[in-house]
Design a protein. Structure first.
Length: 321
């Protein structure tokens, strides 16, 4: 895979650069952001910033992320020469940080979501890549950027988390080759695994078990879902990343074909995270204005949890599972 891109020129011709992640940041968007930041500073000696809404505690180990700015404290009058979005599938996945994207002199969108509609002035969208981290590692290689431990750790984390530890269908020979090369810079897989997957607070574990225990099974157990309410998130005092990995746990049941979680993000606003073994769930999510990948997609439905679940189930009802 050779990426047709002019990223070298775009970075060289920009003085002040900002990197933006998607809302509810995950390992891919944070690893991509942190990795690209380290690469830009190492290779271009440029003044780059990273902007976040929040940082899940799990990813505080990413070496450069301590330099990230937060939306509620950043100077809103700043205008950047270049704003780079990483792993941001659509403009509305940016939330309020979008204002910096909109007033930037130039914009670059680096992503791997097939549903990405190339919303920036420059777009590097590679649907066959496992993760945005993999896309950035390829860009680094093709542009002859010098890699370092900080960037390698961040990009490895991005690839690891978006492939579910190299077990999702998006894991390709290129994915493993890319990850293998990153290990040459001193990244230790057992350490990254521990930081990503064996560092959860006790309440996260208790909360997830509570959600799993009240899962609902339908269509001969081919469909399984659980509802997540704000009051429970508050009761367990867990963070915005409290549902991470939850949908995969429901998919892991032998009878499951489609699994989803329906999470109340505000009154009358429900976010779906959907997984399947074969069914194209991005098509289901697209009916509600969402999208993603064939086996992993999401959408937000402007209804209470119960009503939203009924609407989604009505679409699943028609499918041969
Ligand atoms: Mn991703």
């Amino acid at each position: 895979m050779s990426l047709d891109n002019n990223i070298d020129y775009i970075i060289k011709s920009s003085k002040k650069i900002l990197i933006i992640s998607h809302i509810n940041p995950d390992g891919d968007t944070l690893g991509s952001m942190s990795g690209l930041y380290s690469l830009i500073r190492e290779n271009y000696k440029k003044d780059a910033d990273m902007l976040l809404d929040n940082l899940p505690a799990t990813y505080e180990f990413l070496p450069a992320i301590k330099n990230a700015k937060f939306y509620n404290t950043i100077d809103k009058s700043l205008v950047y020469d270049l704003v780079i979005t990483v792993d941001v599938a659509a403009i509305d996945r940016m939330d309020e940080v979008k204002v910096f994207f909109e007033k930037a002199h130039s914009t670059l969108n680096i992503d791997h979501h097939a549903t990405n509609n190339s919303y920036a002035q420059n777009n590097i969208v590679v649907p066959e890549a496992s993760s945005t981290g993999e896309v950035i590692a390829s860009l680094a290689q093709e542009n002859g950027w010098k890699m370092n431990y900080d960037a390698a750790l961040a990009l490895y984390t991005a690839i690891l988390t978006d492939t579910g530890s190299f077990k999702f269908s998006n894991t390709s020979p290129k994915t493993l080759e890319t990850a293998a090369k990153l290990l040459e810079y001193g990244v230790k897989p057992h350490d990254v695994y521990k930081w990503c997957y064996e560092s959860y607070p006790k309440n996260f574990f208790l909360f997830q078990n509570y959600c799993l225990n009240k899962a609902v099974f339908l269509k001969n157990d081919r469909v399984v879902y659980t509802e997540i309410y704000k009051k429970d998130v508050e009761k367990f005092a867990v963070g915005p990343d409290c549902t991470e990995g939850l949908t995969e746990k429901l998919r892991a049941i032998s009878s499951t074909e489609i699994a989803f979680i329906a999470k109340e993000i505000a009154p009358g606003m429900t976010k779906f995270s959907m997984r399947s073994k074969n069914t194209d769930v991005s098509a289901i999510c697209a009916m509600f204005g969402g999208g993603g990948h064939k086996l992993a997609a999401g959408c937000v439905v402007k209804s209470s949890v119960k009503t939203a679940v009924d609407k989604v189930l009505a679409q699943i009802e028609n499918l041969e599972l």
